[in-house]
Design a binder for this molecule. Structure first.
Ligand code: 13P
Ligand code: G3H
Ligand code: ZN
Ligand code: ZN
Length: 309
């Protein structure tokens, strides 16, 4: 089974009012856990790689691991670059075998974001690769840079229409109050659904993307803290809100933090309860299982995309 783009996945998701999960991958155990879950659930799947993941694991290793996952699982998979910040990284992923790239010009002025996104779209489309753009700015941690709430800006619906028309971008990440990382809200969680509904009305049939969409399930934060962690005040996007977004034109939901929490909680618990263990397989095996269980939970309760292949 070769890599696929997200084009058909999104068309079906839009129609069926559900979302496809885009999970960040950094190593073999994470890829295996995610892919096993998607296979058991017969769910559409996007694996995404950040610049940090490429730096950590090396582009070639990640590509080869995803190729192994395709061969072993027989699942159709879309391999996506997450937050490509310039033309060069997008080009390198298009040339290097990805089927989808994100060009993140969200911190640039509007016209510069359009110019950069259009340049990537022209290059990628000529080679059969699809492109996600971003308009509006999320708060939280992005590529180790902290974007303060003050610097975050929600997506303007009129600009979104102009951006899509002028760039020809295949999907658009929008800012409606989500943020990257484990500390998304100080008080009550709140997303701007009115804004989302307006963008969807103005761009009918067009796939939107929600970044910073981990739920930060209290049970995993608690487990981290019970076994020596110090995660104070961690809070994510409630599951009901994500299900609602899936019905309003959001076709791709990005999840990284929840995988990190699941894996770390499992490893912390294992090492604390098995102080004699020192073979990495002893704690990475349950950690991989924890990733798998988290992804199955997402597919069933957040994305609503079981049996949608
Ligand atoms: O948006 C993300 C990756 O692009 C991940 O978001 P979380 O930090 O909420 O998992
Ligand atoms: O957008 C952020 C993703 O969670 C990726 O994080 P990273 O840049 O630390 O790999
Ligand atoms: Zn961004
Ligand atoms: Zn993101």
């Amino acid at each position: 089974m070769p890599l696929i783009t997200s084009k058909e996945m999104f068309a079906k998701a839009y129609e069926g009012q559900y979302a496809v999960g885009a999970f960040n991958v950094n190593n073999m155990e994470i890829i295996q856990g995610i892919v096993e879950a998607a296979k058991e659930e017969q769910a559409p799947l996007i694996l995404q790689v950040s610049a940090g993941a490429r730096k950590y694991a090396n582009h070639t290793y990640l590509i080869k691991l995803v190729e192994a996952a395709l061969e072993d699982s027989g699942l159709p998979i879309c391999l996506h670059l997450d937050h490509g910040e310039d033309f060069e990284i997008c080009k390198s992923c298009v040339d290097g075998g990805f089927s989808s790239v994100m060009v993140d010009g969200s911190k640039l002025p509007f016209e510069e974001n359009i110019a950069l996104t259009k340049k990537v779209v022209d290059y990628a489309h000529a080679r059969g690769v699809v492109v996600e753009g971003e308009l509006g700015r999320l708060a939280g941690v992005e590529d180790a840079v902290n974007v303060s709430a003050k610097d975050a800006t929600y997506t303007d619906p009129d600009q979104a229409v102009e951006f899509v028309e002028r760039t020809g971008v295949d999907s658009l990440a929008i800012a409606i109050g989500t943020s990257h990382g484990a500390y998304k809200f100080k008080g009550e969680p709140e997303l701007d659904f009115e804004r989302l509904a307006k963008i969807t009305r103005m761009l009918p049939g067009y796939p939107l993307v929600l970044h910073g969409a981990s739920t930060v399930l209290p049970e995993f934060v608690r487990k981290c803290n019970d076994f020596g962690g110090q995660l104070k005040g961690a809070q994510g996007v409630p599951e009901a809100m994500l299900l609602e977004a899936g019905k309003l034109g959001v076709c791709k939901i990005n999840i990284d933090t929840d995988l990190r929490l699941a894996m770390t909680a499992s490893i912390r618990e294992h090492l604390a309860t098995h102080p004699g263990d020192f073979d990495p397989r002893q704690y990475l095996k349950p950690a991989r299982e924890a990733i798998k269980n988290m992804v199955k939970h997402k597919i069933r309760n957040v994305l609503n995309c079981s049996n949608r292949l």
